[in-house]
Write a protein that binds this ligand. Structure first.
Ligand code: ZN
Length: 247
C-alpha cells in the first residue's frame, strides 16, 4: 500500500470489473434532479466524453492521487470547466468519486484533487461526522449514481476535532448543535496522548470511525464485497497539501 498518496486501491477492489453503467448514472441523475428524460435525446449524447471517466475503485483512487499531485505542485489543469463540458452535463452526471470531507474552508475537495464539474460528489460536515442527511447523501451517490469510490477525508488542524477534545477536557457543553458534532467524535478521542498530539491522533481515529461506520452500512457493504465500491480513509495535510491514506 502506498502511504505517500491515496493511490493504490485494495487488491480485491480491482480484481473484478465494475458493473457501472454510465448511461444509467446520467439518466438517473437527470431524473433525480427534476429535469426528467429529454425526449428524443440519444443515449450516446447523455454521457459527457471530454475525458475518460474512472470506472473502478482503483481507477478513481489513481485519478484523485494524480489530481492531488498536480495541486500540491502548483500544476493544476482545472479540468472540466469548459463551455463544452457545461453543456454535456446538462443531460446528466456521473461523478467518479464521492468525497465526504470537513466543512473547513481550507480543504475544498474539487481544489485539492484538481477536479472540475461533474467529477466529484462532495458531502461535507464539520469533522466529516455522520447523521441521517450525510448517510442519505452518501447512499444516493453510491446506490443511485454507481460511484465506485467513497473517500472519507479528514485534515490536519481540524477545528471540529479540536472542539470535541477541548469540550471533553473542560466538561463544558458546546453551543446549539455544535455539541452534536462533538458527541460524534468523542468516542474516538485518543487518551493515550496529550495536547496537540491528542487532537492530531483523534483526527485520524475519527476518519477510521466514519469509514468503518460507512462500511457497516449493509447496502454499501454489499457493493464493497462485490468489488464495485471502495471506502477509503484519507487525510489532507495543510502544511504540504498532500492527501494520504489512513490505514
Ligand atoms: Zn475540519
Amino acid at each position: 500500500m502506498n502511504s505517500d498518496s491515496v493511490a493504490g486501491a485494495p487488491r480485491s477492489a480491482e480484481s473484478q470489473p465494475a458493473r457501472r453503467s454510465l448511461l444509467r448514472g446520467a439518466l438517473t441523475g437527470a431524473a433525480a434532479l427534476g429535469a426528467g428524460l429529454t425526449v428524443g435525446a440519444s443515449p450516446a449524447t447523455a454521457a459527457p466524453k471530454s475525458r475518460p471517466r474512472p470506472a473502478t475503485p482503483g481507477e478513481a483512487l489513481r485519478e484523485l492521487a494524480a489530481g492531488n499531485a498536480r495541486w500540491r505542485t502548483f500544476r493544476e489543469k482545472h479540468p472540466d470547466e469548459t463551455r463544452t463540458v457545461r453543456q454535456e452535463l446538462v443531460t446528466g452526471q456521473h461523478p467518479f468519486a464521492l468525497v465526504l470531507g470537513c466543512i473547513d474552508s481550507r480543504v475544498p475537495p474539487e481544489l485539492v484533487f484538481d477536479q472540475g464539474l461533474g467529477d466529484l460528489m462532495t458531502v461535507r460536515s464539520a469533522g466529516e461526522v455522520l447523521d441521517e442527511a450525510v448517510l442519505g447523501s452518501v447512499a444516493y451517490g453510491v446506490l443511485e449514481l454507481d460511484i465506485p469510490l467513497v473517500l472519507v477525508l479528514g485534515h490536519q488542524s481540524c477545528g471540529a476535532v479540536r472542539a470535541a477534545v477541548e469540550a471533553e477536557e473542560s466538561g463544558e457543553r458546546l453551543p446549539a448543535h455544535i455539541q452534536y458534532i462533538a458527541d460524534q467524535i468523542s468516542p474516538v478521542i485518543d487518551h493515550t496522548k496529550e495536547g496537540d498530539a491528542r487532537i492530531d491522533a483523534t483526527i485520524d481515529a475519527n476518519v477510521r470511525l466514519v469509514s468503518s461506520r460507512l462500511a457497516a452500512e449493509p447496502d454499501l457493504a454489499a457493493k464493497v464485497a462485490s468489488g464495485d465500491l471502495a471506502i477509503v480513509g484519507a487525510r489532507y495535510e495543510l502544511t504540504n497539501q498532500l492527501v494520504h491514506r489512513i490505514a
